[in-house]
Design a protein around this ligand. Structure first.
Ligand code: NAD
Ligand code: MG
Length: 399
């Protein structure tokens, strides 16, 4: 095989869970990948360690004080990496001409602008930051189409669907006999917890995911199943399938990562261990295949594969996400913003677990979530939804 050319990577969100898995895959293939820029929010010490190990040209801290801290640590260690700070610098390293690939792995709305910058610059964009696409749906996909950016899903379910859909089908799958997209969900830590116990579950219990090890925000989203709701919206935009043809299946073992059901009765699935290095390696090397570091799937040691339909009364956030997708406009952005505020309040002990869905529902009911045609309109909806959510959280508190 001819040697692949060295690709320069900007990793947005390098200190997170996806960031760590990405660097793990990259470090297995030094002949293919080199790190151009690493970014983080406030974790200066961790980013300094990563700079010493991966020698990026640039390191960006979103927070000013943390940038100063990082600068001092790198200076003391004689590390030549240039330190930048703030939101504009995040966008600059995402769109820099030297960067071939951008891994979008910042959590939440904070990732929208840098991810969109990479999309607009026509990069190969590896999308983990689902909130960015949920917020700006049409705008995001139009920007990708206009720039010719190669958008590769990293979310394990969407990567599985991507692998199960021939490339020529992706623009209009329903015209090519795709009947349903079947998104699998583990059901999270509270799949069978007695409903009355849910009132008092703690952040630690919510973050103790039975199958995946992830950042705290997405762990809580998995516990409420808002994560799957966001993924339904993500699948709609990535694959152009109407909401009624996207179904969620609870599959506690986390082996079947998602499926495509075709009109002739064929169902194509992607299977693998629950290890994010698999979709990350798939997206990084696409259309080739490289070692991800994940062990081979052991079919004989595997538990039975089970599938159940989700209980919408146990997981009201899933229904709220379908509702926001059907309504369109800026409602998905409002859903995302209200959810981010409610999850942060839950993690800080200011809101009970069962109140998360109430806060989001109240925010959506305020109405006025019409336009999302421009980035300004999306950000306006984000700010308004956060203001409404904070007022609601204060009212409801931990009760
Ligand atoms: P994480 O909390 O572990 O890491 C988040 C990263 O974003 C960190 O590097 C952090 O410094 C950075 N960040 C946070 N706030 C920021 C801000 N305001 N400005 C700039 N940077 C900021 O999260 P994660 O689990 O790695 O998830 C990252 C994204 O990937 C999320 O959108 C999540 O939904 C998605 N995702 C994660 C997994 C997983 O297994 N962890 C799977 C699928 C999708
Ligand atoms: Mg997922």
């Amino acid at each position: 095989m001819p040697a692949a050319s060295l690709q320069q990577i900007t990793l947005l969100g390098a200190t997170g869970s996806i960031g760590a898995s990405t660097l793990n895959v990259i470090s297995r293939h030094p002949e293919r990948y080199s790190v151009f820029a690493l970014t983080a929010h406030r974790a200066a010490k961790r980013l300094a360690e990563l700079c010493l190990r991966f020698s990026p040209l640039f390191a960006v801290m979103a927070d000013k004080n943390a940038a100063r801290e990082l600068q001092a640590m790198l200076h003391a260690a004689r590390c030549p990496t240039t330190v930048l700070e703030g939101g504009r610098a995040l966008c600059e390293v995402a769109q820099a001409p030297e960067a071939d690939v951008v891994m979008a792995a910042i959590v939440g709305a904070a990732g929208l602008e840098p991810t969109l910058s990479a999309v607009r610059a026509g990069k190969k964009v590896l999308l983990a930051n689902k909130e960015a696409l949920v917020m700006s749906g049409q705008l995001f996909m139009d920007a990708a189409e206009a720039s010719g950016c190669r958008l590769l899903p990293v979310d394990s379910e969407h990567n599985a669907v991507f692998q199960s859909l021939p490339e020529s089908f992706r623009r209009n799958p329903c015209a090519h006999g795709v009947r349903r997209i079947l998104l699998t969900a583990s059901g999270g830590p509270f799949r069978s917890t007695p409903l009355e116990r849910l009132e008092t579950v703690t952040p630690e219990e919510a973050c103790a995911h039975p199958v995946w090890s992830m950042g705290r925000k997405i762990s809580v989203d998995s516990a409420t199943m808002m994560n799957k709701g966001l993924e339904v919206i993500e699948a709609h935009w990535l694959f152009g399938v109407p909401p009624a043809q996207i179904e969620v299946l609870i599959h506690p073992q986390g082996i079947v990562h998602s499926m495509v059901d075709y009109a002739d009765g064929s169902v194509l699935a992607q299977l693998g261990n629950p290890d994010m290095r698999i979709p990350i390696a798939n997206a990084l090397a696409w259309p080739e295949r490289v070692d991800s570091g994940a062990p081979a799937l052991d079919f004989f040691g595997m538990a039975d594969l089970k599938f159940e339909s989700p209980d919408f009364s146990r997981f009201p956030c899933l229904a709220l996400a379908y509702r926001a997708l059907e309504a369109g406009g800026a409602m998905p952005a409002a859903l995302n913003a209200a959810n981010e505020e409610a999850v942060a309040a839950f993690l800080e002990g200011r809101l009970g677990f069962c109140r998360i869905a109430n806060v989001i529902s109240t925010v959506l009911e305020q109405g006025g979530w019409a336009g999302a045609e421009t980035l300004e309109a999306v950000m306006e909806a984000d700010v308004r939804a956060r203001t409404l959510a904070r007022a609601e959280i204060q009212k409801r508190g931990c009760a």
